[in-house]
Ligand binder design. Structure first.
Ligand SMILES: N[C@@H](CCC(=O)N[C@@H](CS)C(=O)NCC(=O)O)C(=O)O
Length: 337
């Protein structure tokens, strides 16, 4: 049921379901899942904006060695996410062909949807969590013992109220707003979502005119969450989801903002435009029945100078940028500018 993913996709208004497995991996292990290097595997699709938050945050915090990565094929079949990019179609660490096998090990006959991001306990092969709203907050605040030297504070205590407010607005109108527009079942629902997307983007544009990042002068979780939608905007949301008042490339402030992040180590080096386009255009057959994947947009602009450093800001605060991408995780040429 690729189309609406884990969400209602039919006659009712588009409604995102709650994550079902909400155990947390914490420093004190209170849910039975202590933070531990090498114990867990993060399963993502590089197409998925919710999973991409975890990809960016894992890179910024330097958790690559502590938390290994499984990348699912961007095209699901009727059993959902599968490891067909790996030799023999099997994840080499978990030894499974479908992510649903980890869900089944956790709960026999689990009736809900299978979604990414997911974190799997390697020794037992069980899914621990698919709670995409919590996973990255826990990376920032619970996995600190395993952060690299120089890791930024992505969820600074003193700024949490403001970060939470911005993230809630971004979630409602932008991250999920584009989905509500794209999967709307009638004109009014679509137009409402469309208006909300652009109203919020205009407000965010004002906010970002004089300030380099969304909250304070450093990168925070709020920027990660806006980035994952903006980076997909022209490639998939503008056409496929009909969010076409303007393209991000036509908004000089947002375009410079998202390019700045794209060029920051840990952001663009996680993005695979090929996976993104093939997933949305081939999987959502309800809104793109031919499955034709557009050739554009042209990607070279992503690497153009953005001049946002003129606004000041300290991207990593007192920290430093992450090191190079692990060789096994590099994005193939087809997926980058
Ligand atoms: N788990 C969340 C969000 C994550 C999510 O929606 N991920 C999508 C991909 S972007 C997914 O895995 N959908 C399941 C599917 O398409 O089979 C939810 O329940 O809505």
């Amino acid at each position: 049921m690729g189309g609406g993913g884990n969400s209602t996709y039919g006659k009712k208004p588009f409604k995102r379901s709650k994550s079902h497995f909400a155990d947390r991996i914490t420093a004190d292990g209170r849910d039975g899942w202590p933070v531990e290097a090498g114990r867990y595997r993060l399963v993502v699709s590089r197409a998925c904006p919710w999973a991409s938050r975890a990809l960016v945050s894992r890179r910024l915090l330097g958790l690559e060695n502590a938390l290994s990565l499984a990348v699912a094929d961007p095209i699901q079949d009727d059993r959902s996410w599968r490891f067909t990019l790996d030799p023999d179609g099997q994840d080499p660490v978990l030894g499974i062909r479908f992510l649903s096998e980890a869900y089944d090990r956790r709960e026999t006959g689990y009736p809900g949807g299978v979604s990414v991001p997911a974190i799997v306990d390697v020794p037992s092969g069980q899914l621990v969590t698919n709670d995409y709203q919590q996973i990255t907050l826990d990376f920032a605040t619970e996995w600190t013992a395993l952060h690299r030297d120089g890791a930024p504070d992505l969820y600074p205590q003193a700024r949490r109220d403001e970060i939470d407010t911005v993230m809630a607005e971004v979630y409602e109108d932008v991250n999920n707003g584009v989905y509500r527009a794209g999967f709307a079942n009638d004109q009014a629902e679509y137009e409402g979502a469309y208006a909300g997307v652009f109203r919020r983007l205009e407000l965010l544009t004002q906010r970002l005119e004089q300030q380099r990042y969304l909250v304070g002068d450093t990168i925070t979780e709020a920027d990660i969450r806006l980035f994952t939608t903006l980076v997909r905007f022209d490639a998939v949301y503008h056409g496929h989801f009909k969010c076409n008042r303007w393209k991000v490339t036509e908004n000089p402030i947002l375009w410079a903002y998202v390019r700045d992040l794209y060029q920051t180590p840990g952001f663009g080096d996680t993005v695979d435009f090929d996976h993104i386009k093939r997933h949305y255009y081939q999987v959502h057959s309800g809104i793109n029945p031919t499955g034709i994947v557009p050739v554009g947009p042209e990607l070279s602009g992503w690497l153009a100078p953005h001049f946002r450093e003129e606004l000041g800001g300290r991207p990593f605060g007192d920290g430093t940028p992450p090191g190079p991408v692990p060789a096994a995780e590099e994005i193939a040429a087809a997926g980058r500018p």
